[in-house]
Write a protein that binds this ligand. Structure first.
Ligand SMILES: [Zn+2]
Length: 336
């Protein structure tokens, strides 16, 4: 059996013809397997969805009760058979509930890793390497210039700035699913125990993370009504990046704009966005994490999805591992 007979790229996304299912389809399909809850991977409107319970819960929170015709939850390490194809979910370390999906038939195993990272994250289960014939990897930060420092180091920079400028309000941009909760959790781990203020767009997901036993400490709404006399001087306020161009952001006293993203490694990007304190915190692998993971798994072949495919394909080829880009479209990652 050739790997392309088991899994192949189509305009709908990765398709498994013998199993008659798609992985993270970008268009509505009859049967979808979903790696994680980010909007570009988890879309509403599929007939049947198989995912971890957390991913199903997150989709329900974002799209409403009727986001799919029917759903089935699968636990990490559990295996189910779909039309004779064995399917297993394994932790990807990206956001709460995120999974790699292993697809297996006739002794051929392909692992579609979805989005993943290797850095420690207190808000989700850590990535588990799975031996396979073909490893499908993302390539969001697949250039040697992308090296993410330890996230705890970046949080220390934030807290140092809070101590240094006690009259200013630190506005931290962080994606609503995963990044925001990871940033809050890391701030707590660093010993900061004052209330943290969150934008309304983060409330449901932060509440869900807390219901799953993830300690985010005391969170208060950062909604300022007309005439609200609360003083946000010295406070930490977390909001989705999109909120920072709103009037919402301009109501805070002497705001100091921070942004938690892997893209903050590029000074020019930080400058363009008006970010005063860039925090290089990513839920994706940097270059070393990608190449170390491929070396560790030592797959027979590597397929590279969305991102900077060329550099990673070339690295694999030089390392003696056959590799090719998949050119999947429709993935503009939400949570970088
Ligand atoms: Zn993602």
């Amino acid at each position: 059996m050739r790997p392309e007979e088991l899994l192949r790229p189509t305009p709908q996304g990765l398709c498994c013809p013998p199993g008659d299912f798609h992985i993270d389809p970008v268009r509505p399909v009859a049967r979808a397997l979903i790696t994680h809850g980010h909007a570009d991977h988890a879309r509403a409107g599929h007939g049947h969805v198989l995912a971890t319970q957390e991913t199903l819960d997150i989709m329900r929170l974002r799209y409403g009760e009727d986001f799919a015709g029917s759903t089935q939850a699968i636990r990490f390490g559990e295996t189910v058979a779909i039309n004779g194809v064995k399917v297993g979910f394994h932790p990807a370390g990206h956001v709460l509930g995120s999974a790699q999906i292993a697809v297996e038939q006739n002794g051929m195993r392909i692992v579609a890793s979805g989005d993943y990272k290797r850095q420690a994250d207190p808000t989700c289960a850590g990535f588990e390497p799975v031996a396979c014939d073909v490893f499908i990897t993302e390539a969001t930060f697949a250039l040697p210039i992308f090296r993410h420092p330890d996230a705890t180091h970046e949080i220390a920079l934030l807290l140092k700035s809070v101590a240094q400028f006690p009259e200013r309000c630190h506005l931290v941009g962080a994606y609503a699913l995963g990044k925001a909760q990871r940033v809050i959790s890391l701030i707590r781990q660093a010993g900061y125990d004052r209330p943290i203020y969150i934008h309304g767009a983060l409330q449901k997901l932060c509440g869900y993370y807390q219901s799953q036993g993830i300690d985010l400490g005391e969170l208060q709404p950062a909604t300022l009504e007309e005439g609200d006399a609360r003083d946000f001087s010295g406070a930490i306020v977390i909001g989705p990046p999109s909120a920072f161009v709103d009037r919402w952001a301009r109501r805070f006293p002497d705001p100091l704009a921070c942004f938690a993203s892997g893209w903050m490694r590029i000074r020019q990007r930080a400058k363009q966005r008006g970010v005063e304190l860039p925090l290089i915190i990513s839920d994706h692998c940097d270059w070393d994490e990608l190449t170390d993971t491929i070396s560790e798994i030592a797959p027979g072949e590597v397929w590279v999805t969305h991102g900077r495919e060329e550099a990673l394909v070339r690295w694999c080829t030089l390392a003696g591992i056959p590799a090719r880009p998949l050119h999947l479209v429709g993935y503009e990652d939400e949570g970088d």
